[in-house]
Design a protein around this ligand. Structure first.
Ligand code: C2E
Ligand code: MG
Ligand code: MG
Ligand code: MG
Length: 291
């Protein structure tokens, strides 16, 4: 934004406004082109059984393999995608790529049938009238089983649950897909809304997991979410586990599934695939077969 700063100093108020708009337009166009040109990559972060370390599933996390800037995390482009609507094609791309990749691992490993895939959905995607059709066609196209897919929505979606949104989420549930509330506890999901929504998983936000060992308030929030999960018959997943103490505290509370750097970082597809093959090895990894 050096140009913007220069424009400000020069006192060219109007020009500054237009250059900012142009900048957003140009960045949006670049992002849309990146989606169309397959410049995005899906990384996979395993979710594990906290007690045994066994893989239970993977979460798809998008990256942008930018030709000049290198590998970019979603923090660098997902807000722009959401503001401009580019997140709709981007999200469909991620869903398709993730389902295709995981369906490939599953095809090689019959024992991996219970392994789940979680994909993040942005509020704009949830607001699309054709969301359900898009999801169904990706599942049909990739052969990925709906019962093994979890879609993660944010608290902001459940805070404004208009009937159309609820209907769409219910359609996804009826199709056999699980629905998770991501970063749970950070917003202000009214409990009454939560109970009325077809949600099946609560993901405790990393900020609470981080404080679980030495911050009484963070610990209480974790306990409260675990109890809420029991009361509403929802699964509870802890995110952002970085230490053995945090994992132990969560197990004590009755939370059995988690994700975090302590277990695994988000992995590029090939590494995630070999990790999964190692756990479910019932046939050798085809890529490591010689000849
Ligand atoms: P999220 O869905 O809550 O994903 C968890 C984020 O926390 C990931 O960051 C992951 O790398 C990071 N993380 C996992 N374990 C740890 C840990 O132990 N310590 C720390 N410090 N961080 C950990 P990432 O990949 O940068 O993604 C950030 C956010 O971007 C995601 O948060 C999600 O909201 C969004 N996002 C990622 N991929 C997509 C996508 O395909 N579509 C949409 N709409 N949003 C996405
Ligand atoms: Mg997530
Ligand atoms: Mg999360
Ligand atoms: Mg998070």
């Amino acid at each position: 934004d050096t140009a913007l700063y220069a424009a400000k100093r020069a006192g060219r108020g109007r020009f500054e406004y237009y250059s900012d708009v142009m900048d957003t337009k140009a960045r949006e166009a670049e992002l849309r082109r990146a989606v169309a040109d397959d410049e995005l990559v899906v990384f996979f972060q395993p979710a594990v059984d906290l007690a045994t370390g066994e893989l239970r599933g993977v979460e798809a996390l998008v990256r942008w393999n930018h030709p000049v800037r290198g590998l970019l995390g979603p923090g660098e482009f997902i807000d722009l995608a959401e503001e401009t609507g580019a997140v709709v094609p981007l999200g469909a791309w991620v869903l398709r790529a993730a389902c295709r990749e995981v369906a490939g691992w599953r095809a090689d490993l019959p024992d991996a049938d219970p392994l789940r895939l979680a994909v993040n959905l942005s509020p704009k995607q949830v607001a699309q009238a054709d969301l359900v059709r898009t999801v169904e066609s990706v599942l049909a196209e990739t052969g990925f089983p709906p019962a093994r897919l979890t879609l993660e929505i944010t608290e902001s979606v459940i805070l404004q649950p208009d009937p159309l949104t609820i209907g769409r989420l219910q359609d996804l549930r009826d199709f056999g897909i699980q629905l998770a509330v991501d970063d749970f506890g950070t917003g202000y999901s009214a409990l009454s809304y939560l109970r009325r929504l077809p949600v099946t998983v609560l993901k405790i936000d990393r900020s609470f997991v981080t404080g679980i060992a030495d911050d009484a308030e963070a610990r209480s929030v974790c306990e409260a979410v675990v109890h809420l999960g029991e009361a509403f018959k929802m699964h509870v997943v802890a995110e952002g586990i970085e230490t053995a103490d945090q994992a132990a505290a969560l197990i004590d509370m009755g939370c059995s599934i988690g994700q975090g750097f302590f277990f695994h970082r988000p992995l590029p597809p090939a590494e995630a695939g070999s990790l999964i093959r190692r756990q479910y090895l019932s046939r050798p990894d085809p890529s490591s077969r010689s000849g």
